[in-house]
Design a protein around this ligand. Structure first.
Ligand code: ASP
Length: 328
C-alpha cells in the first residue's frame, strides 16, 4: 500500500506541474474514482439495518456525513435496542444518559455527553459541530442547547429497561462487566462516492453505570476518529480501556504508517492487552472491538475476545462478519 501511495503522490506531483492545481484537489479526484466506494461499516448486528439506512444516502451520491448520521439514528430511535438512544438502559440512579460524537472529512467534530431526554444525541453532536464555536457540550448545558435548537424533550426510559434496572437494584452489584447483554455502541464509518470519509458513534454506555460515568463513545480520538488522508475508525466495548490508549486515533495512526485496517485494529487491541498486563488486571470480563476503513476503501476489524461482529455494505452487497480476535 505504501508503494501505491508513493506512486499516486508522484503521479499527482507530475500533474500538478502541468496544471498547477492544488495537490489536495487532485488527491480527492483520485479518491473519487475508487472502485471500493461507497462503503459503510457498523458495529454489531444492528449495524446491518443501520447500514441500509446509510445506504439510502450513500447509494444516491450523498455524503458520508449524512449517511452516518441517518444510519445511527435508526438504532437510536429503536426502543428494542437497549444500549443506544431511546430504550437505552439507565445508570444506577435510573437516568438514561447518552453519549455521541461525529466527525467529517474536513476534521470537523461535534460531541455530546451525559445528555438526557433527547432521542437523537448524534444529531445534537452534529448541531454542536455546525452551529457552535465548540466541539463538545455535556449534561444540562447540552440539554439546554438541544432544546433551544428545536430538539424535543422525551422520556427515554422504556418499560423493559426500567424493569431490568429495578431488578438490578435488588442486589446493586456494580461490576462493569462488558458482555453482549449490558452494552453495545453503534459506531459507523463510511466512505462516500466522492472519496470522503465520516464517522458517528452513539451509546447509552454501560448498563447501571455510576452516575456521571463517561465512556469512550463521545470522545473524539477514543471512540471515533477520521482522517480523510488515511482512514476512519470507531470502537465499541469497554470504554475505559479504549480511552486508555486513545484507541481510534491510534488505529488511524497505525494505518498512516502503512498497516492494513485489520493489522492496525489488531495492534491497538494488543496494546490494550499489554496495558491490562502492566496493571496486573484480568481481561476475562471485558470486550473491545475496533472497525476501520482506509481511504482506499479497504476495511477490517479486530476484537479482544471472540464474539464481536460488524456489518459491511458496499456495491457488492451486505454482510455481517465475525471479527478476528486475540483471546477465546
Ligand atoms: N463503549 C461504550 C462505553 O464504554 C460501551 C460499548 O460499546 O459497549 O460506554
Amino acid at each position: 500500500m505504501l508503494a501505491r501511495r508513493t506512486l499516486l503522490k508522484t503521479g499527482a506531483s507530475a500533474i500538478l506541474a502541468w496544471f498547477g492545481k492544488p495537490l489536495a484537489a487532485l488527491a480527492s479526484n483520485v479518491n473519487s474514482s475508487k472502485k471500493n466506494a461507497p462503503l459503510v461499516l457498523s458495529t454489531w448486528n444492528f449495524g446491518l439495518k443501520a447500514n441500509e439506512a446509510a445506504w439510502q444516502i450513500l447509494g444516491n451520491n450523498g455524503t458520508a456525513l449524512d449517511a452516518v448520521e441517518q444510519g445511527v439514528k435508526l438504532v437510536e430511535a429503536d426502543p428494542e435496542e437497549r444500549s443506544v438512544g431511546y430504550g437505552g438502559r439507565p445508570d444506577r440512579d435510573g437516568n438514561v444518559t447518552l453519549d455521541a460524537c461525529i466527525m467529517d472529512h474536513e476534521a470537523n467534530i461535534g460531541a455530546v455527553a451525559y445528555l438526557q431526554h433527547i432521542k437523537h444525541p448524534i444529531s445534537v453532536a452534529r448541531a454542536i459541530m455546525e452551529k457552535t464555536p465548540h466541539v463538545m457540550l455535556v449534561g444540562d448545558g447540552a440539554l439546554k442547547f438541544a432544546l433551544e435548537t428545536g430538539f424535543k424533550k422525551e422520556n427515554l426510559l422504556v418499560e423493559a429497561s426500567e424493569k431490568e434496572w429495578k431488578e438490578w437494584l435488588k442486589t446493586s452489584q456494580y461490576k462493569p462487566v462488558v458482555n453482549i447483554e449490558n452494552h453495545d455502541t453503534i459506531g459507523m464509518i463510511a466512505l462516500d462516492a466522492n472519496g470522503n470519509l465520516s464517522g458517528a458513534c452513539t451509546t447509552s454506555g454501560m448498563a447501571f453505570k455510576m452516575a456521571g460515568r463517561l465512556g469512550d463513545s463521545s470522545i473524539i480520538g477514543a471512540g471515533l476518529y477520521v482522517d480523510n488522508e488515511v482512514g476512519a475508525v470507531t470502537a465499541t466495548g469497554h470504554g475505559e480501556e479504549v480511552i486508555r490508549v486513545v484507541g481510534s486515533h491510534l488505529v488511524v495512526e497505525m494505518m498512516r504508517q502503512g498497516k492494513s485496517p485489520e493489522q492496525a485494529c489488531k495492534a491497538a487491541v494488543e496494546l490494550i492487552k499489554r496495558k491490562f498486563d502492566l496493571r496486573k488486571k484480568q481481561t476475562k470480563d471485558t470486550q473491545i472491538g475496533f472497525i476501520a476503513i482506509n481511504n482506499q476503501g479497504e476495511y477490517g476489524a479486530f476484537a479482544l475476545r471472540k464474539g464481536f461482529s460488524y456489518a459491511v455494505k458496499n456495491n457488492k452487497g451486505s454482510s455481517l462478519i465475525d471479527a478476528p480476535y486475540l483471546l477465546d
